[in-house]
Ligand binder design. Structure first.
Ligand SMILES: *Cc1c(COP(=O)(O)O)cnc(C)c1O
Length: 385
């Protein structure tokens, strides 16, 4: 059966070029970069090259500001925990109500361990209230953590504005840029963030690897403590094949940024318009004027999202209801709840997220199958629009 993969905000296919770049590091070049012998030491040059490619993707001038992590979750945790450890007297955190669980669940857990957390809300279009954020910052605020773009709706936050507020208030600022990198231009030289976390598997790199940008001078205590790797900022033997693969993925992402914003965006727009015109009582969730080019979150009134996913799955169409982390529970996702989307629509919301590997034929196929799926589900729904 054919697979139409429209779940790229959950994870992406590894680019063939990435796999090819990784393979030698699983076979002949398996040395430990910390070793004294040439066999291990030769690997270091490849790590350095990957670090430069990661830095280039986010406009970081110094590759030494890049620390390799195990992924987006660790980058988020390390930024927040590393800052809290560096400012032990500060016990307040400002974040948003729509963060990924890697930030939100951590903050909720910290709230049970003596920290105070302010969650800034969003409006019904998923837009952050920047004035509320500014008011939330206090003298004892240790860190502000706001994502660059939301994984469920694709809504892009005004990070430049938030960063300058944090600079003015003298508070460290972390942004989870996992969904934004490779899709929208990011330049940490122009936007003064202190910490920015990235995950490789969201941009056609391998899973279990990511990087954290730490601005030079930002106070940070290591979160993963061990050997002297990563200039003492993150212990653990480098995941060399994954680091090299991520470097290649970053290089490709720079080359594909235009395509994301033209061809991918056009496919997303056609999918969205096609759904809205062929299916009644469907609405797009999130601010369409400030949104990632690959994402659309659509609510189908009076249908269960899980049922939609199951029927789409029968046709090989992959998407998500809410976020992968919230599916499986009957509560609508925290993002849609924060947006105050009516429950009858939030329950029937589906996130379609595209990539450069999608084709027009994928969109044709999806638009051909969806109306019948919705009709079938609506005919058995006890509720009628
Ligand atoms: C996927 C994702 C993460 C987690 O990244 P992992 O590499 O899977 O740990 C964090 N934040 C956002 C916004 C994400 O989409």
């Amino acid at each position: 059966m054919r697979t139409v993969y429209l779940d790229n905000n959950a994870t992406t296919a590894v680019a063939p070029e990435v796999l090819e770049a990784m393979l030698p590091f699983y076979t002949e070049m398996y040395g430990n970069p910390s070793s004294m012998h040439t066999f291990g030491g030769q690997v270091t040059a490849h790590i350095d090259k990957a670090r430069e490619k990661c830095a280039a993707l986010i406009g970081a001038k110094r590759a030494s500001d890049i620390v390799f992590t195990s992924g987006g979750t660790e980058g988020d945790n390390a930024s927040i925990m590393g800052t809290l450890l560096a400012y032990p007297e500060k016990k307040h955190i400002v974040t948003s109500a729509v963060e990924h669980p890697a930030v939100r669940s951590l903050c909720q857990s910290l709230a049970k361990r003596g920290y105070e957390v302010t969650e800034v809300g969003v409006d019904e279009m998923g837009r952050l209230d920047v004035a509320e954020l500014e008011r939330a910052i206090r003298v004892d605020t240790a860190i502000v953590s706001i994502m660059w773009a939301n994984n469920e709706t694709g809504v892009i936050f005004p990070i430049e504005k938030i960063a300058s507020i944090c600079v003015a208030k003298g508070v460290p600022f972390h942004t989870d840029a996992v969904q934004a990198v490779g899709k929208v231009p990011i330049n940490v030289t122009e936007v003064p963030v202190d910490f920015l976390s990235v995950s490789s598997h969201k941009l056609h790199g391998p899973k279990g690897i990511g990087f954290l940008y730490i601005k030079r001078g930002a106070k940070f205590n290591p979160f993963v403590i061990g050997g002297h790797q990563e200039r003492g900022k993150r212990g653990g033997t480098e995941n060399v094949p994954a680091i090299v693969g991520m470097g290649k993925a970053c290089e490709l992402a720079m080359q594909h940024m235009d395509e994301e914003n033209t061809r991918v965006k056009a496919m997303r727009d056609r999918l969205e318009a096609g759904i809205l015109s062929s299916i009644t009582n469907a609405r797009v969730h999130g601010d369409t004027t400030s949104r990632l080019p690959n994402t659309t979150n659509i609510g189908f009134e009076y249908i269960e999202g899980e049922a939609i996913l199951l029927l789409m799955n029968e046709h090989g169409i992959c998407a998500s209801s809410g976020s992968a982390c919230t599916s499986g529970s009957l509560e609508p996702s925290h993002v849609l709840r924060a947006m105050k989307i009516p429950f009858t629509r939030a329950h029937g919301s589906i996130r379609f997220s595209l990539s450069i590997y999608n084709t027009d034929a994928d969109i044709d196929y999806t638009l051909e199958k969806l109306p019948a799926i919705m009709e079938r589900l609506r005919s058995i729904s006890p509720f009628k629009p």
